[in-house]
Design a protein around this ligand. Structure first.
Ligand SMILES: [Fe+2]
Ligand SMILES: [Fe+2]
Length: 264
């Protein structure tokens, strides 16, 4: 099921399939007949639509969020992040089945994958209501790099994807919400508020399973986190941090502050 989602290119088709598979997974769980986890080989790179063109981040035009076009560009960037998140969550489900994990690990990522599909569709709806669509503008290449860098390291995947990248989403989303509130764009405002509320749990799933693995290994999760983020993440973490939401997600300050730049 995960590989089917990963190998479907169109965003709306990918997310519809993912949501159907999530519903099947949880219906089977509720019926007391869980689906077997199984084994599969996910693709090195997920299938993606022909548009948007993927550019080096340096070459993606910057637009001011104060203009309507700037706000469409911001939503387009969010849609791209959400589609990448759909693939990241199905990838973690398929990628690491060689190591036995409790069923709750799969429940968490299937739920997160389902929410990412919802987020992508909510933002696509906003873009379409504003006369645009996902694919209408160039988007960042290289978003899959974190997945490639950690394709053979579940600890590293959890450290970098949910606990660094998705936690970064908690830091920056309130600023985006303010932009759309000030512009009176209520559809985007509502969509971003849904995303902001649900992303806390994704960071929490990352933190939970990272701590679980370290507990199983008998290692100090903070030390392992620092080692793995320095190994796989390129650059420093950027303050200011959303300390309150990071706390809600089970991410203590002594995990992320030592990885921040000097901030000056
Ligand atoms: Fe999301
Ligand atoms: Fe997420």
């Amino acid at each position: 099921m995960a590989v089917e989602v990963l190998t479907t290119a169109d965003g709306r088709a990918k997310t519809a399939l993912g949501r159907a598979h999530s519903a099947r997974w949880f219906a089977a769980r509720a019926a007391g007949q869980p689906l077997p986890v199984g084994h599969a080989t996910p693709p090195d790179q997920p299938a993606r639509p022909a548009q948007p063109d993927l550019l080096n981040p340096r070459d993606v035009p910057r637009r001011r969020p104060g203009s309507p076009l700037g706000r469409i560009a911001l939503l387009h960037a969010v849609a791209h992040i959400e589609l990448n998140a759909v693939d990241l969550h199905w990838d973690i489900i398929a990628r690491f089945t060689d190591q036995p994990m409790p069923m709750g690990f799969y429940d968490d990522w299937v739920k997160a994958a389902d929410e990412e599909a919802k987020h992508f569709n909510l933002i696509c709806d906003c873009l379409e209501a504003l006369g645009s669509h996902y694919g209408a503008m160039p988007a960042h290449a290289g978003m899959w790099r974190a997945a490639e860098d950690t394709a053979h390291d579940l600890h590293g995947r959890l450290a970098v994807v949910p606990m660094v990248l998705e936690a970064r989403g908690l830091d920056v989303t309130p600023g985006m919400i303010d932009i759309f509130r000030a512009a009176g764009e209520t559809q985007a405002l509502t969509a971003l508020e849904v995303i902001y509320a649900e992303e806390v749990a994704h960071v929490a799933y990352g933190s939970k399973w990272f701590n679980w693995l370290c507990g199983r290994d008998g290692t100090d999760p903070k030390d392992v986190f620092h080692t793995l983020v320095r190994r796989y993440f390129h650059g420093n973490l950027k303050p200011p941090f959303n300390e309150a939401k990071r706390a809600d997600a089970g991410l203590p300050p002594d995990f992320y502050w030592p990885l921040a730049g000097t901030g000056t």
